[in-house]
Design a binder for this molecule. Structure first.
Ligand code: PRT
Ligand code: MG
Length: 215
């Protein structure tokens, strides 16, 4: 029996995933808040958690560094999903991928708009679908700052309550996609570790359905 490596990011996704894994009988023995370890053992000998950057989860799973992972659909869309299968929507860490900017921004004007985002591929695809010419400016965070200092006309970012946009005088202008976190599995591992992974997916699915029924 081999040990299943599950890639997770700290913070929101870890916090919201934990109850689902617990319901499936899997609990980490340490928390990433109190531990500096990047490999967290679990109560099961055949499962351990790998703590990685949210945007690195698809890369770890794609290249087999982890058998499976939990990742936001936003990060997954941006990665492209090569070498991965996406068998389960966990219905957690929900938000929306949006185009945002100053109120009354004309998205359909003649001038070429500058769009700052860490979702360069998603943004490029979205504006291409609308036949709009844009210049993409790649950022790694704090996108809401960029329009305020004239770096760009628009941003593409995930929005939950909208409070961060509002606090910076911005508003959501266009919806790109509804986002929630997904289980991704390495395509080859699905064959080599089929029984272990199938068992885990069945239990997680049951936990998700139960959580949905209770809400
Ligand atoms: O920092 P790093 O690059 O490692 O990763 P990360 O910042 O993307 O990780 P994390 O933990 O912040 O987010 C992980 C995943 O949570 C994302 O990929 C999304 O799928 C999901 N998620 C859900 C969110 C939000 N809600 C969210 N609100 N991710 C980020 N936000 C940000 C948002 O961009 C805004 O700046 O939180 C801020 C507050 O949102 P409002 O609208 O409630 O004000
Ligand atoms: Mg962050």
């Amino acid at each position: 029996m081999s040990v299943l490596n599950i890639a997770l990011s700290k913070g929101r996704i870890f916090d919201e995933t934990l109850p689902l894994f617990a319901a499936a009988g899997i609990e980490p023995l340490e928390s990433p808040q109190s531990s500096r370890k990047l490999i967290l053992p679990s109560n099961r000998d055949d499962v351990q958690f790998l703590i990685v950057r949210a945007s690195d989860v698809p890369t770890y799973v794609q290249h087999g560094g982890a058998h499976l992972g939990v990742v936001g659909k936003d990060v997954l869309m941006e990665h492209g999903g090569d070498g991965l299968v996406e068998p389960l929507d966990l219905h957690i860490a929900k938000c929306r991928l949006m185009v945002a900017g100053f109120p009354n921004t004309n998205l359909n004007g003649a001038q070429r708009l500058r769009v700052a985002t860490k979702y360069a591929n998603c943004a490029r695809a979205h504006f291409a679908n609308h036949a709009r010419q844009v210049e993409i400016i790649k950022l790694y965070g704090s996108m809401e700052l960029a329009p305020l200092v004239g770096l760009c006309d628009l941003i593409v970012d995930v929005v939950d309550s909208g409070a961060t946009l509002a606090a910076n005088g911005l508003e959501p202008l266009e919806h790109i996609a509804d986002i929630s976190s997904r289980i991704v599995v390495n395509r080859a591992a699905l064959k080599t570790n089929n029984s272990q992974i199938s068992e885990l997916l069945t239990k997680l699915d049951a936990a998700v359905q139960q959580t949905i029924a209770q809400s």
